[in-house]
Ligand binder design. Structure first.
Ligand code: DGL
Length: 366
């Protein structure tokens, strides 16, 4: 039985292209009017750590600036409309340039986020942070938070006083992603410059450009535009490692490989008490023959050695140009040296000491 509305539409369509279909909606009194209930905004906890997003310069185009001169609350006040996205609570965790980021701030952040989620104080967290070490903080938190609720890091490449400062837009977008239900279960994310990146994939790849963050191996997981938040990658589970109760992470040193390389840096790292060494290798994670002898000495001394690469793109795979099985080495897969260092620290702190167990962990969350 065709309804009156369907009939009107049918007649309009059959009437030929010249007749615009007229949708006649009979007033259907059986449907209750839409109740315009007050929309409940998500609660977003903003944790400010410093960085250029809260930086100030003497003039609007000054090159130098003081990172961390503006508080988180002042930051939020400079982002019109953000209050329509979420109910915001701002706390100042630190106010440092992120080249000074350290384990103490990391543990403070991790424990504050865990507490906020455990006590149901927030539905999501946004962290404002310098861009120099943002990828490291994101990766560390991604490994230890272990909660489906969004944790989003954002920052800026220009100080808040610069011409066309990028901080306010990045802050707005970070809150927008944090407030979006699609962001759940994706691990820690980095949002800047209209892009959403995973903690595992993202890296700072330009010294000054606004579009400095890229995920060379995994690509962006989503995009933000004035109309929407779009995710283009499936949510991935993140591995969860415990925070060391003593708030200490074992010493893991990064050794940068280069032409004419000897084993001095590696021998020195072992002498300095490193429990792990990450090689920022040439090409596919390579070192010279002399340096490889140093690697063998290190593994025999009980130091775990991970081969990563200085190249910044591509995967370091096992047993290609280096016989990892023979030397008992770990291949970093897609992780750059600075992230490989963090993962190795956390694995060692969680009692993983065999190269086999550590390799499994490096390969597990791909
Ligand atoms: N000093 C750098 C930092 O705090 C500036 C980079 C930035 O935040 O954009 O990471």
């Amino acid at each position: 039985m065709i309804s009156r509305r369907g009939l009107a539409l049918l007649v309009a369509i059959m009437g030929g292209a010249s007749v615009m279909p007229v949708f006649s909606y009979a007033k259907d009194t059986s449907v209750a009017p839409v109740s315009h209930k007050q929309v409940t905004l998500p609660r977003v906890l903003v944790l400010a750590t410093g960085g250029t997003i809260s930086g100030k310069a003497d003039t609007r185009s000054a090159i130098g600036y003081d990172a961390g001169a503006v508080t988180g609350a002042q930051l939020i006040a400079g982002v019109p409309g953000v209050e329509k996205l979420a109910v915001l609570q701002v706390e100042q965790i630190s106010n440092i340039a992120s080249q000074n980021m350290n384990n103490q701030v990391w543990f403070k952040l991790a424990e504050r986020i865990r507490r906020a989620f455990a006590n149901n104080e927030a539905d999501a967290v946004v962290i404002t942070h310098g861009t120099d070490t943002m990828e490291e903080t994101a990766f560390f938190l991604d490994a230890v938070i272990g909660d489906a609720r969004p944790v989003i890091l954002t920052g800026a490449m220009r100080p808040s006083t610069a011409i066309s400062a990028d901080g306010p837009a990045n802050m707005y977008e970070a809150v927008k992603v944090a407030a979006d239900p699609q962001a759940r279960g994706r691990g820690v994310l980095v949002v800047l410059n209209d892009e959403v990146h995973s903690a595992r994939g993202v890296s700072k790849m330009h010294t000054t450009a606004l579009q400095t963050f890229h995920s060379p191996n995994l690509g962006p997981v989503g995009y933000v535009d004035p109309a929407s938040v779009r995710f283009v990658a499936p949510a991935r589970s993140q591995q969860h490692l415990d925070l060391p109760a003593d708030h200490k992470l074992p010493r893991v040193q990064i050794v940068y490989a280069h032409a004419d390389m000897d084993a001095q840096q590696i021998d020195d790292a072992v002498k300095d008490g490193a429990r792990g060494i990450v090689i920022a290798g040439m090409g596919d994670g390579n070192v010279s023959t002399d340096a490889l002898a140093g690697v063998e000495r290190a593994t025999k001394a009980g130091v775990v050695v991970v081969r990563s690469t200085r190249v910044g793109n591509g995967f370091v795979n096992r047993d290609v140009e280096v016989d990892d099985d023979h030397y008992g080495l770990v291949a970093s897969m897609d992780l750059n040296p600075q992230k490989a260092r963090i993962l190795l620290q956390l694995l060692l702190a969680n009692g993983k000491t065999s190269a086999a167990d550590i390799q499994n962990a490096f390969s597990a969350t791909l």
